[in-house]
Every structure is written in structure tokens, then in C-alpha cells.
Design a protein around this ligand. Structure first.
Ligand code: SF4
Length: 317
């Protein structure tokens, strides 16, 4: 987005290693570096292969909707940097506390990158630089919403999770993958949130890292929020703004809380999304079905005597 720009400034490996050395000499240093990443940690040193092409380029993003073929997305300099930091005799462990663009690690999305380099980086991060939980930001499951965010399809998150689970299992790490999601984004409908809840539940997540959309200056989403139109296509786009709308969207994140289950059942019944009701409420929904059918049977039994009475009255006449 415009407030961040699309060009990445990267410090040299030597400069970073000099700072690491300086930190290790501090009197209270115990051997642990809490964060050696920066914003979008794995985009270190990414830049155009041919700078003159970039100089003329007006594309708003280098990685959306697909990764530009002129962008060098090699992860090798970063893998080597992490390894160099860990070689320092006073460093016991170094962590990546900043966000990682997981989509750039998925070979099906980052098609021009060497898959072996991506695998080497992913393995290096997961095995040596995560302290218990790896936080990533798929943001949403709806491709419509993701497109507005300039983020790739959620299918790539499924692929990344498979890579994470495989390494986690192979190395007996017992790490947790923590995905971050957002509600109330422009063009996000209540049903999108129900789908998000059902799909992430199916993947085994109980979400906790969630947030409601907050307009940020100089972003496409904020222009849509204020104007009601997409600035590029001039298509009219709705953004949830009322307190009720915002609270309802957010509530789907917490499908597992007892106080939300009745509300979810009623909301999904109104839009006839019984499939999502089944997915989110599971056995509770099935037992509710039994109650429903029992109630239907009871009401049928009540109807019969009424008919008999009617017929009896007629005979008297
Ligand atoms: S989109 Fe491609 S050509 Fe344009 S600035 Fe990014 S890397 Fe350079």
C-alpha cells in the first residue's frame, strides 16, 4: 500500500552481524535474540532483477495478484544470514518475532523461485527460529476479500499448513501455527465470516488472533470504506460500519463459545445455510434436528384429535 511503498530497504549482512555482536556484549545479554526479522521478515533483499524495468513500473504491488517475474524472491540470502547469526559463539538462539509472508514460501504461488531454496528457508525458520508459535496472516478465507487486500487465495494457506505440519511432525517440534484473521473488511459479508469460521474449524483451529478492520490512511480499503467505491474499478462496495454489523461479523470467529451458539444457529437458519450450521455446531446441531423432528411429530399428534372433533361436530349437525 501507498503508506508503506513497494520497495524494500535491506541492511547488509555485515551491518546486521556487527549489531548482533554489539548486542551480545551488553551486560544483560543471556544468549537469546528475541527478533532478528523486520516487517515481512522473509522479504529481505527482495528487489527487481532489472532495476530499469522497476524504475518505469507503475504496478501498485510486486506480489499481487501474482509475483512479478522481474522480482528476485530468493530466500537464500536470508537463510544464510540466520545461519551466520546462530554461528556467533554467544548466541544460543535467535527468533523471528515479525510476520512472515507464508505465501512466498509456497512453490505453487512463488513459481519462479527455486523450490529447494524455499524449502531450506521454511525448514530453517520452523526448526530453529520459532519459539512455540509461528504467527502468520492469511487474513481471510474469502477470495473476494483477499483480492481487495492484494493477498493470494486461501488455498495457499492450506498448502503452507501442510508444509508446516510435515516439518513439525518430522522434527518432533510440537509447535503451533497461529493464523491471524480480520473481520468487517470492505466487501466482507456475514456469510463470508460463517465460511471463514467453518473452514478454519475444519482445519483444526480455534481462532484467537483476530481483529476488526480499522481504516488506515492511504490504503485502497480505506478509500472504499469512506467512498463506498473501489477507486480502480468504481464498483460500489459495501463495508460493514454499524455496531451491530461489526459485532455480528466478529462473533463468527468465536463459534466455539457457548454464548454464541444459539445466535449462530438462528443466523444461519435465516439464510438457510444448514451446511454451515452442521459444520459449526456439529453434534449440537444434529441433536437440535432430533428435537425439531420430535416437535414436528408432537404437533402432528396434536392436530389429529382436532380433526376428529371437527368431523364429530359435523355428524351431530
Ligand atoms: S512489479 Fe516488477 S517491475 Fe514493477 S517494481 Fe515490482 S519487481 Fe519491479
Amino acid at each position: 500500500s501507498a503508506h508503506q511503498g513497494k520497495f524494500i530497504s535491506s541492511r547488509s549482512k555485515e551491518s546486521i552481524l556487527r549489531e548482533v555482536d554489539a548486542v551480545t556484549k551488553m551486560p544483560d545479554f543471556k544468549g537469546y535474540l528475541s527478533d532478528i526479522g523486520g516487517p515481512s521478515a522473509n522479504m529481505y533483499k527482495m528487489k527487481g532483477k532489472i532495476q530499469s524495468i522497476c524504475d518505469r513500473c507503475v504496478a501498485p504491488s510486486c506480489i499481487s495478484p501474482v509475483i512479478c517475474s522481474n522480482l528476485d524472491t530468493s530466500h537464500q540470502p536470508l537463510t544464510e544470514l540466520y545461519q551466520a547469526v546462530d554461528k556467533h559463539p554467544k548466541v544460543k538462539k535467535s527468533f523471528i518475532g515479525s510476520g512472515i509472508r507464508y505465501d512466498l514460501l509456497v512453490p505453487e504461488f512463488n513459481k519462479k523461485a527455486d523450490p529447494k531454496e524455499l524449502e531450506a528457508y521454511t525448514e530453517e525458520v520452523i526448526t530453529k527460529h520459532v519459539s512455540g508459535r509461528l504467527k502468520v496472516a492469511p487474513e481471510h478465507t474469502s477470495d473476494t476479500v483477499l483480492k481487495l487486500m492484494r493477498k493470494p487465495s486461501f488455498t495457499y494457506f492450506h498448502k503452507f499448513k501442510k508444509m508446516f505440519d510435515k516439518i513439525n511432525k518430522k522434527r518432533h517440534l510440537n509447535l503451533q501455527l497461529i493464523p491471524y484473521f480480520i473481520s468487517n473488511y470492505p466487501d466482507c459479508e456475514l456469510e463470508d465470516m460463517a465460511n471463514l469460521a467453518a473452514e478454519t474449524k475444519d482445519m483444526g483451529f480455534q481462532l484467537e488472533q483476530v481483529q476488526g478492520f480499522t481504516p488506515t490512511p492511504m490504503t485502497v480499503a480505506t478509500v472504499i470504506y469512506y467512498s463506498g467505491y473501489h477507486p480502480y474499478t468504481l464498483k460500489k462496495i459495501h463495508t460493514p460500519k454499524s455496531k451491530k454489523e461489526k459485532e455480528e461479523q466478529h462473533r463468527f470467529f468465536f463459534w466455539y463459545k457457548k454464548e454464541n451458539r444459539n445466535w449462530i444457529r438462528e443466523t444461519l437458519r435465516k439464510v438457510e445455510r444448514f451446511d454451515l450450521m452442521d459444520k459449526l455446531l456439529g453434534s449440537e446441531r444434529r441433536s437440535e434436528n432430533r428435537i425439531d423432528s420430535n416437535e414436528r411429530k408432537k404437533s402432528r399428534r396434536k392436530v389429529k384429535p382436532a380433526k376428529k372433533r371437527k368431523r364429530g361436530k359435523r355428524r351431530k349437525k
